[in-house]
Design a protein around this ligand. Structure first.
Ligand code: ATP
Ligand code: MG
Length: 561
């Protein structure tokens, strides 16, 4: 990520409460001037746009304060984790531009140290082995108004606890038969302090540790230890961990080890989107989408395949800022961010998605015309396009019986062809079903774009490709994956009930400008009037060119429909 300039950065600093905390820490020398953040994903799914927000925030802080940023896998739950997720997460974090240098770290590498610290707590009589079942533990936890009940195993001796815990580790007991719990306070008003579980028995192969372990630490026990071991200064997490903070603090204080400050911020929620990894996994597993990187998924890999740039996602993260209260962000803001970026950088091209043939009755041969590559960036230059007497325009740029205000082609009417001439529709040719299959048009030779002598003006300009040299392509248009803005807020209904059956439209016979045949996977373009597109990396082959529509142009609906 580039430096965003001093004044902008300062403004941003005063806006974001986490920067204020860090500024204070630097003044009081709380961490000897260090700033060290981390992004701690569990490798149980692909990263989504909410994770991207957290990455941008954590990395952005490290960058802005010349600090450090760790990528740390919180791989403490072998049943759900997989190397595939580890690999995808590394790729996504790199793609977003967050620089963790050589620090790809794994919580599972700390298991031995965590075990020793658990033993230390047992020795302090601050942890005990509990034989209660999960149900028994749950039912003795009490309620908001009633304290919990002490476990019958709570008063075990230190010696017995040490022995049992070692035997848990050695694999003597089956899953679920014992846990290690912190001995805190079953009467605490904070549920998280009512003797929380530190270890569970899980006989399961771990993707990195193999069968070395059959006890696995819980999030609450492990997370602070991971932060502490890495010398993290500011442990930034989402709001649901706010009432876990006393426990985070308790463990670190009892052990007397480096104690980072946990800071909570509001998670990102996006309209028309589900963000829970469990639900995203279900969409993938049950094949409602074409994998984690389906361009309709709110995953980083989905956005990448769809044509989003890392800059646009980083800009989006800046725009939404960091808050202390949960809210839902309009997905239109994310679309704005990508449009804004592509508008500046994307090469323009003409592509006809649903072609209608035009035959020019008074034009022959081939003429070279000049087209602008990007009106926002003259340095991108111009290109040559070949104009011939057979062309294709969009079907819906012609109407036989147009409503008032239709400024494109109509029988007897005129329209300008982009970068070329004004043409007049002389004759409409239909097939036996009455469907319009061809238009015969005449060219006004004095109206050539830029150099024509005629002062004639028409209201509409439409794009076209030449029948002689256009290249066939498949085009995939995406709509929102869900039909309502909060698909998982209705507790009565399943989010799947709101899937949009029209979220993907595949157009097999689009025609694009000839230079696009050399486009490479992930190359991005603006197809004039049709939106921003990129070459699909999954389905494009030597024989077949496939484009994804990244996003529509702002007013494309008004213009096209
Ligand atoms: P789960 O823990 O249920 O698997 P998760 O989305 O919390 O799901 P993690 O891998 O634990 O997944 O998340 C890694 C980091 O990303 C955490 O620090 C978490 O706070 C942050 N994060 C997750 N979802 C969001 C979100 N929607 N907005 C901002 N940050 C998020
Ligand atoms: Mg989590």
């Amino acid at each position: 990520m580039e430096d965003s300039g001093t004044s902008e950065k300062q403004e941003q600093r005063s806006k974001n409460f986490i920067y204020e905390i860090i500024d204070d820490d630097l003044k009081t020398k709380k961490w000897n001037g260090d700033v060290h953040t981390r992004f701690p994903p569990e490798p149980n799914g692909y990263l989504h746009i909410g994770h991207a927000k957290s990455i941008c925030l954590n990395y952005g802080i490290a960058r802005d304060y010349n600090g450090k940023f760790n990528l740390r896998f919180d791989d403490t739950n072998p049943e759900k984790e997989d190397q595939e997720y580890v690999d995808s997460i590394i790729e996504d974090v790199k793609w977003l531009g967050a620089d963790f240098e050589d620090r790809i770290l794994f919580a599972s590498d700390y298991f031995e140290q965590m075990y020793e610290w658990a033993v230390a707590l047992i020795k302090k009589n601050k942890a005990y082995v509990d034989d209660s079942s999960a149900d028994e533990i749950r039912s003795s936890r009490g309620t908001l108004t009633e304290p919990g009940k002490d476990s019958p195993y709570r008063s075990r001796s230190v010696e017995e606890n040490l022995d049992l815990f070692e035997r848990m580790r050695n694999g003597e007991f089956p899953n679920g038969s014992k846990t290690l719990r912190a001995k805190i306070d079953m009467g605490s008003p904070n549920f998280n302090m009512r003797d929380p579980i530190m270890y569970r028995i899980v006989h399961e192969e771990h993707h990195r540790q193999g069968n070395k372990w059959c006890i696995y630490p819980t999030y609450d026990w492990a997370h602070g230890l991971e932060d502490s071991l890495e010398g993290i200064t500011h442990s930034i997490c989402t709001l649901e961990f706010e009432n876990h903070r006393p426990l985070y603090d308790w463990f670190l204080d009892e052990l007397g080890i480096h104690h980072p400050q946990q800071i909570e911020f509001a998670r990102l929620n996006l309209s028309y989107t589900v963000m829970s990894k469990r639900k995203l996994l279900q969409l993938v597993k049950e094949k409602y989408v074409d994998g984690w990187d389906d361009p309709r998924m709110p995953t980083v890999s989905g956005f990448r395949r769809r044509g989003y740039t890392p800059e646009s996602i980083r800009n989006f993260a800046e725009m939404i800022g960091v808050a202390k209260r949960d809210a839902t962000t309009d997905i239109a803001l994310l679309e704005f961010a990508i449009r804004d970026d592509l508008n500046k950088h994307a090469q323009r091209a003409m592509a006809v998605l649903k072609p209608l043939k035009i035959v020019l009755t008074n034009f022959s041969g081939a003429e070279e015309l000049e087209a602008v590559n990007n009106p926002e960036d003259p340095s991108m230059g111009t290109r040559k396009i070949i104009f011939t007497n057979e062309l294709y325009i969009e079907k819906n740029d012609f109407m036989e019986n147009p409503p008032k205000g239709f400024h494109r082609l109509v029988p007897g009417g005129e329209v300008r062809l982009r970068y070329a001439y004004i043409i007049r529709c002389e004759e409409v040719i239909k097939n036996s079903d009455g469907e319009v299959i061809e238009l015969r048009c005449s060219v006004d030779h004095d109206t050539k774009s830029g150099t024509g002598t005629s002062k004639k003006k028409v209201k509409g300009t439409i794009h076209w490709v030449s029948a002689e040299n256009a290249v066939k392509a498949e085009v995939r248009l995406y709509d929102r994956l869900f039909t309502v803005d909060s698909p998982d807020s209705d507790k009565e209904k399943n989010f799947l009930d709101y899937l949009n059956p029209e979220s993907l439209e595949i157009i097999e016979d689009a025609l694009v400008e000839p230079f696009l045949k050399n486009a490479k996977p992930a190359d991005r373009f603006q197809f004039e009037r049709n939106g921003y597109f990129c070459v699909d990396k999954k389905y494009t082959t030597d024989e077949k060119l496939v484009f994804n529509r990244t996003v529509t142009l702002k007013d494309s609906w008004g213009k096209m429909n």
